[in-house]
Design a binder for this molecule. Structure first.
Ligand code: SF4
Length: 378
């Protein structure tokens, strides 16, 4: 079984109004303090954090990792290699915001052994970027893609759908520009407004509107059509890849592998032989985490973990591999999967494939993944 390492970088230049991720804004990142905090946490996690070679993938996310700048990111990558020698043999990904994607920063990442970046483009339309409160322009995103290509970095591009004024035509244009720019992986997210974000206040002041579900659903389908027409495989609810360019780190989550998350709000999962899982989420907020505030810990028993695993595994639209599922969750058997999935199969949302080797969401029903999940979890 593979394991993944996630490092949360909790700094952003400014807050996007829809977002409630864990970040601090408005000051120069205290890199030394942050790296000291990571070292302290890695020491405390002991055996769990030992042996870098066991971490097949590394994902540096945020926040905005690229707000550390070229020197800061180089220092972070050196810290990872020192602390976890050999980690990321299969894939190392760093999130980069387009406004930071210049030759210096991307060159530093490539020199540090990073092979893949995830660029938060969201849209190339400046009106959309203003609506979303993003700090970059469409032109910067296009240049960033080009620069990544010159540095030999593989690129995943995030797009957001459902902002006011977005049309099927503008979304098709976003998809085309991401592909022309060389993205081999595209993640498409519906604009989701978090309660704790600034967006609800802006709605009350008449400055934003809440996204419309039908508009979003229509656009999600447009994105799927455009990407699959360009040869991308829709392999996970929100993810599309060319050829074998699936996100290997994220794949660990969807195939019930273990991961270690360091940094504020970093999440970790450890499985026992019987399939039970212990999840840990670090304290939210840089100050609380740095002060050693306790993490939140949740333990799921073998059957509870299997129920959750079924839902998570069905995010893979190519299908959940039944044999792998049963190897991870030995407390259940094929009959249990049959019974648990019966009502969704009867409704035409799930189906067996390849003589029962796979259980998967029926083509075209992926928009209902959440409600299918609610039924499976219930
Ligand atoms: S969307 Fe990204 S850049 Fe914007 S506030 Fe959230 S974490 Fe920061």
């Amino acid at each position: 079984m593979s394991r993944g390492l996630y490092i949360h970088v909790p700094f952003c230049a400014r807050a996007c109004p829809y977002c409630d991720f864990d970040f601090v804004v408005g000051r120069a990142p205290d890199l030394d303090g942050y790296l000291e905090g990571l070292s302290r946490e890695a020491d405390q996690r002991g055996e769990e954090a030992a042996s870098g070679r066991r971490f097949a993938t590394v994902y540096v996310g945020g926040g905005t990792p690229s707000s550390l700048g070229a020197a800061g990111l180089s220092a972070l990558m050196r810290w990872i290699e020192r602390r976890f020698p050999g980690a990321g043999g299969d894939e190392i990904t760093v999130e980069v915001n387009p406004e930071h994607a210049d030759m210096r920063l991307l060159g530093a990442l490539a020199a540090a052994g990073v092979g893949r970046i995830s660029m938060g483009i969201q849209t190339f339309e400046d009106a959309g970027l203003r609506e979303l409160g993003r700090a970059h322009s469409g032109a910067e995103a296009a240049v960033g893609l080009q620069t990544a290509r010159t540095q030999g970095l593989r690129v995943s591009s995030d797009l957001i759908v459902g902002w006011r004024g977005q049309t099927p035509t503008s979304l098709r244009d976003d998809v085309a520009r991401a592909i022309d720019g060389g993205a081999e992986h595209v993640s498409v997210y519906a604009l989701t407004i978090e309660e704790r974000s600034a967006w609800p206040k802006l709605v009350r002041r008449g400055l934003r509107v809440l996204p419309d579900d039908d508009h979003q659903a229509e656009l999600l389908v447009v994105a799927e059509e455009a990407l699959t027409a360009a040869g991308f495989t829709h392999y996970e609810v929100a993810s599309y890849a060319l050829g074998g360019a699936q996100a290997r780190h994220n794949m660990l989550y969807w195939t019930w592998q273990e991961y270690l998350g360091l940094g504020p709000s970093g999440s970790s999962a450890r499985y026992a032989r019987d399939g039970s899982v212990r999840r840990r989420t670090n304290a939210r907020g840089l100050a609380a985490w740095a002060a050693g505030a306790p993490p939140e810990e949740v333990a799921l028993g073998p059957v509870e973990a299997a129920i959750e695993g079924l839902w998570v595994g069905l995010r893979r639209l190519t299908g959940l591999e039944v044999e792998d599922f049963l190897a991870r969750f030995p407390a259940v058997d094929r009959g249990w999967i049959e019974r648990r999935s019966a009502s969704q199969r009867a409704r035409g949302n799930l189906e067996w494939a390849e003589q029962g080797r796979l259980l998967r969401v029926v083509a075209g029903r992926w928009l209902w993944h959440d409600s299918i999940g609610a039924d499976l979890l219930g």
